[in-house]
Design a protein around this ligand. Structure first.
Ligand SMILES: Nc1ncnc2c1ncn2[C@@H]1O[C@H](COP(=O)(O)OP(=O)(O)O)[C@@H](O)[C@H]1O
Ligand SMILES: [Mg+2]
Length: 264
């Protein structure tokens, strides 16, 4: 099983949308997908019709060992698509467990125990660099960092890369990552300028394409269906399908004994 995490400290940059859309596309291609909601806001969990304020068991229970991963997994109504739901109680995990040894590997171990049941796990990260984020980074083979193509978001990315660096130093292996420009508005000068700035700063770490603004994403989230399942031919989903092809091509390169050369 491959594990990808989607992270950015900034909210509203398209993390949840990226995780759900890519997960939906993989499931449509016949891959068995597990989406993992590590955000106490539980947007992904709500997306699939569950209430993060009133749901048990959830990822919270994995940390307290009150449920097994199999017990926590919920099958969505879509083929090949399951998820590990979040609850708002997860916001208290840092205070409860933050300093206990071994808590940084809870998700990695949980995923390992069910890894034969899925081809891909995609983790939606919280916008906070705490215990949950540490768990996501410890679990993933690759990190996706969506960033809005607007000037302030690009500045915020710099800060995030620095903070992530601190966490990643604790990891034995470097972590490979891809920056994904989102909310690209073709008509806006600011979108083009920011993209240029991002490419100049992060060159090979940035995906060559862009995710355009597509109002159908908001619509799909209201209806609780991944847009990549409802309307795979929409502009936004076609862009995500290209991103996915790129990520899969990175994977095939790394199986050819390419050392993980990308370090944040
Ligand atoms: N490419 C896009 N075009 C238009 N709206 C989008 C796009 N990506 C996400 N959205 C919408 O923007 C809002 C924030 O996106 P979301 O994925 O929840 O961000 P995050 O998880 O980073 O907070 C949601 O309402 C979502 O439907
Ligand atoms: Mg989110």
């Amino acid at each position: 099983m491959k594990v990808w995490a989607v992270a950015n400290q900034k909210g509203g940059v398209g993390k949840t949308t990226t995780a759900i859309t890519i997960g939906g596309t993989l499931s449509m291609r016949g891959k068995r997908v597990l989406l993992v909601d590590l955000d106490p806001h539980g947007s992904m969990t709500s997306y699939f019709g569950q209430d993060p304020d009133d749901l048990e068991p959830t990822v919270y229970d994995l940390f307290h060992k009150t449920a097994s991963p199999e017990q926590v997994v919920i099958k969505s109504k879509y083929d090949n698509l399951s998820f590990l739901p979040a609850s708002s109680a997860m916001a208290t995990l840092d205070r409860q467990l933050g300093t206990n040894g071994g808590m940084g590997l809870v998700i990695k171990k949980s995923l390992a125990s069910i890894s034969d049941q899925y081809d891909y796990a995609i983790i939606d990260c919280p916008p906070v660099l705490g215990l949950l984020m540490v768990n996501a980074l410890a679990s993933c083979n690759h990190l996706l960092v969506p960033v809005q193509t607007e000037f302030l978001a690009a500045k915020g990315l710099e800060r995030m890369v620095n903070t992530l660096n601190m966490i990643i130093k604790a990891r034995k292996q470097p972590i490979s990552y891809t920056i994904v420009p989102t909310f690209f508005d073709q008509r806006l000068r600011a979108s083009h300028d920011t993209l240029k700035l991002l490419k100049a700063t992060y060159n090979t770490k940035i995906w060559n394409g862009v995710i355009p603004i597509d109002t159908l994403f908001r619509e799909a989230s209201r209806r609780g269906v991944p847009l990549s399942i409802a309307r795979p031919s929409s502009r936004g989903c076609r862009a995500y399908a290209h991103l996915l092809d790129y990520l899969l091509s990175l994977d095939s390169q790394s199986t050819e004994a390419k050392a993980p050369d990308l370090i944040l």
